[in-house]
Ligand binder design. Structure first.
Ligand code: GLA
Length: 543
């Protein structure tokens, strides 16, 4: 159920791979501490094939894999590791189209090597005959054939199931969040364009994953792409050195790796495992950071709890849901030193909070209410906080909610699908726009946890260009249908007071026919007076 950990050939070798390289890299992993730290998958990316023959049989590259693939897979398995492979939803692979692939121009080997027209035979070959345990399925060929992502990837998932293998892990590589259907089809899915070994790329990829926490669940993760740690400034070893890979500093590596852990991305090392710099090796085998990533399969992705410009505080539960321990990241995406004012209440933690620094592997004392930490530009700090009490959450940002129709394949404004958008006057600088018009174009907070049963007021902060209506449902039952009057800025625009039991509740906002207001957040608070006008006391708070 945990995010996948392993290595992939692409970032260092491009299509210039071979049996020797793959087995050598795998042997290094088995002995240098990576396997022991949990890195298990050895994934072969683009370049191993050479089209299909007249009978529809996949051919392997005569120079790169002259012995076929069986020896490579068996060799990986003999080391106690798992083997991964690559294909495309269409007929041709990305390497066959992109002139920057490998060391030279376009790689002819990728032409006709994709799954299209060969699903059943290729899946039998990969998973039954050869014994691969993972597949990444790219989309350059799918795009060329104008295939429908959902239909095509579902078809491929069925072909994988038809092999009888239930343990094969499927990664969809469509370079954008494909839509909420993806959780039913894949174990992980790429959310962005390809990573490069430079700060701008790392910062962009983090930015594109900050508001996707609602779509991660146990065994189903947003994939931020293969790691570029180990590609250090001035020491680039990848074949992409001339494609903007200027390398990363130590601070940038910590941010890169730590944020992939906070955001529960698969961790696929991209550098040459035989020559990993000591600093990087220590970072990627750090048991505390890895525990934050794997999190015992809890399947929660960190979300933004506080933000001041480029300074982000992210948080997620550690080890158990709604417990007193949480992982916290202080991420400085900016160009100047920032002093973070971390407020324990915004992390739903109360009383004394004990601090453990994951990167330094050391205790950082304790604090109450506020902690001030200075963070250098491009740097991040990662902690495990352990508090006296877990507080009931009072602020639910819209950008942490599940939007059933959310997708990034098409322009959401043109497609009419709800999406988080930058709004200067919204809390955290982000609100959800484009809601309503269809039953499924809704917003759902799936985990509204009430600690003590009783009355609560749910207050919604919205903005609306015109009078718009929304339906408020709690646990599937309609509780209000407020009309939000046209207003210029985000303001409290609707509230409903009701009694809630202890435990997790679902709050859904929708409008099946008309447009909805833009939503900034929901506040959950204990009201001072009951809906029938009495002062709230311990007696009447629960009826
Ligand atoms: C695409 C993918 C990369 C890599 C290459 C191979 O660009 O996004 O991760 O697999 O194709 O050609």
């Amino acid at each position: 159920n945990c995010p996948l950990m392993g290595w992939s050939s692409w970032n260092t070798f491009g299509v210039d791979i071979s049996e020797d390289i793959i087995l050598d890299v795998a042997r290094a992993m088995a002995t240098n501490g990576l396997k022991a730290a949990g890195y298990r998958y050895v994934n072969i990316d683009d370049g191993f094939f050479a089209g299909h023959d007249a009978d529809g049989r996949l051919r392997f590259h005569p120079l790169r894999f002259p012995n076929g693939m069986k020896r490579t897979v068996d060799g990986i398995h003999a080391l106690g590791l798992k083997a991964g492979i690559y294909s495309d939803a269409g007929a041709d692979t990305c390497g066959s189209m992109w002139a920057g692939s490998g060391t030279g121009g376009k790689d002819a080997a990728g032409v006709g090597s994709g799954l299209y027209g060969h699903d059943a035979a290729d899946c039998r070959l990969y998973f039954n005959d050869l014994g691969f345990d993972f597949i990444k399925i790219d989309y350059c060929g799918g795009k060329k054939l104008s295939l429908d992502e959902r239909a095509r990837y579902s078809e491929i998932a069925r072909a994988i199931r038809a092999t009888g293998r239930t343990d094969v892990r499927l990664n969809i590589c469509r370079w954008a969040y494909p839509g909420t259907w993806v959780s039913e089809v894949a174990d992980s899915w790429r959310t962005t364009a390809d990573i490069r070994a430079n700060w701008k790329s790392v910062r962009t990829l983090i930015g594109e994953n900050l508001y996707l926490s609602a779509y991660a669940s146990p065994g189903h993760y947003n994939d931020m792409d293969m790691l570029e740690v180990g590609q250090r400034t001035g020491e680039i070893r990848s074949i992409f050195g001339n494609h903007g890979d200027t390398g990363l500093s130590e601070d940038e590596e910590v941010t890169h790796f730590g944020m992939w852990c906070m955001l529960s991305s698969p961790l696929l090392i991209g550098c040459d495992t035989r020559t990993i710099p000591a600093f990087t090796m220590d970072l990627i085998t750090n048991p505390h950071l890895l525990a934050m990533n794997q999190n015992r399969g809890l399947g929660v992705q960190g979300y933004v709890a506080q933000r001041a410009g480029d300074a982000y505080v992210l948080v997620k539960d550690a080890d158990t849901r709604f417990g007193k321990a949480r992982y916290v990241a202080l991420y400085n995406a900016g160009e100047t030193n920032r002093v973070f004012d971390v407020q324990s209440a915004s992390l739903d933690l109360g009383g004394k909070v004990r601090v453990f620094d994951l990167v330094a592997k050391s205790d950082g004392g304790a604090f109450e209410d506020r902690l001030s930490v200075e963070v250098k530009p491009h740097a991040s700090r990662f902690f495990r906080f352990e508090a006296d009490r877990r507080l009931e959450r009072t602020v639910y940002e819209a950008e942490t909610a599940f939007l059933t129709d959310y997708q990034e394949l098409k322009d959401p404004v043109k497609a009419g699908t709800a999406h988080p958008a930058s709004c200067a006057d919204a809390s955290g600088g982000v609100a959800v726009r484009g809601l309503g018009g269809r039953p499924s174009n809704d917003l759902i907070w799936k985990e509204v946890r009430i600690e003590k049963p009783g009355l609560r007021t749910l207050e919604f902060v919205c903005a609306s260009e015109e009078d718009r209506q929304m339906v408020v449902e709690v646990d599937g039952r309609e509780v209000a249908r407020p009309v939000v009057r046209a207003n210029g800025a985000f303001t409290p625009c609707a509230a409903v007071t009701l009694a809630l039991t202890q435990g997790v509740h679902v709050v859904r906002l929708s409008n099946p026919t008309g447009r909805m207001p833009d939503i900034d957040l929901m506040r959950v608070c204990t009201p001072l007076t009951t809906p029938w006008g009495e002062k709230v006391t311990s007696e009447n708070a629960w009826r």
